[in-house]
Design a protein around this ligand. Structure first.
Ligand SMILES: Nc1ncnc2c1ncn2[C@@H]1O[C@H](COP(=O)(O)OP(=O)(O)OP(=O)(O)O)[C@@H](O)[C@H]1O
Length: 202
């Protein structure tokens, strides 16, 4: 069953974007810098006006307020936003106690001030924050851009496991072809104003 569905979405230069992401599936999206990947994720998250329709299950984006949509279809932007002084204040209480070990951060990270976090720590914690809100779909904008190779592989494995265990639909923007090959069986590439299924996709 398709969990997340885009039907003839148009935003900026992009036209006629239609794709589906099933429960427990990762679909990758790539394209040149400035081709519109982030805007497409923002449109999917109901953060930018666009043409066309987006569905989560049977529900259409316009049928609910934006904040309700974004709890179900959650965007993790490349540059995450933090609005309280301390890290822990951004997390539901159960998630403060259960920071995944593979992120390489102990539970005391929840007491840290946000200003202390490195870009890679912010990125890993933004992913954990999103997962801890129990969304149905995740929109990941280059989720490993600030991580070294070892941590990139650890985060990929963790995200794939969580995707399966939580039956999430994941749309993942990536540049690195080898990463795309590891995490997704389907890969769309932006070419000019259209989205094309890349070679090697199932
Ligand atoms: N709100 C906006 N209104 C008009 N144009 C915008 C808006 N936001 C971004 N753009 C433009 O749309 C184009 C696509 O931007 P986008 O951020 O989606 O690119 P991208 O593919 O994610 O690039 P990168 O890989 O460099 O992050 C860019 O030319 C950008 O300047």
């Amino acid at each position: 069953m398709s969990r997340l569905r885009l039907a003839q979405v148009a935003i900026g230069n992009l036209r006629d974007v239609s794709l589906e992401v099933a429960d427990g599936e990762v679909v990758c999206l790539s394209g040149a810098s400035g081709s519109g990947k982030s805007r497409l994720l923002r449109a999917t998250a109901d953060l930018e006006p666009h043409e066309g329709d987006v569905f989560i299950g049977q529900d259409e984006q316009g049928s609910m307020p934006g904040h309700a949509w974004r709890r179900r279809v959650m965007l993790v932007p490349a540059d995450s936003q933090w609005w309280f002084d301390d890290v822990g204040a951004h997390f539901p209480s159960r998630a403060r106690e259960t920071v995944p070990e593979c992120l390489g951060l102990g539970p005391d990270v929840m007491q840290w001030p946000v200003g202390r976090l490195s870009s890679g720590e912010r990125q890993r914690l933004a992913l954990w924050r999103a997962l801890s809100m129990a969304p149905e779909a995740l929109l990941l904008d280059e989720p490993t851009a600030n991580l070294d190779d070892t941590m990139t592989r650890a985060v990929e494995d963790w995200l794939l496991e969580e995707t399966r265990n939580r039956s999430l639909a994941v749309l993942w923007v990536a540049h690195d072809r080898s990463q795309i090959g590891r995490v997704a069986r389907r890969h769309y590439r932006i070419h000019g104003s259209v989205l094309e299924l890349a070679d090697g996709s199932d």
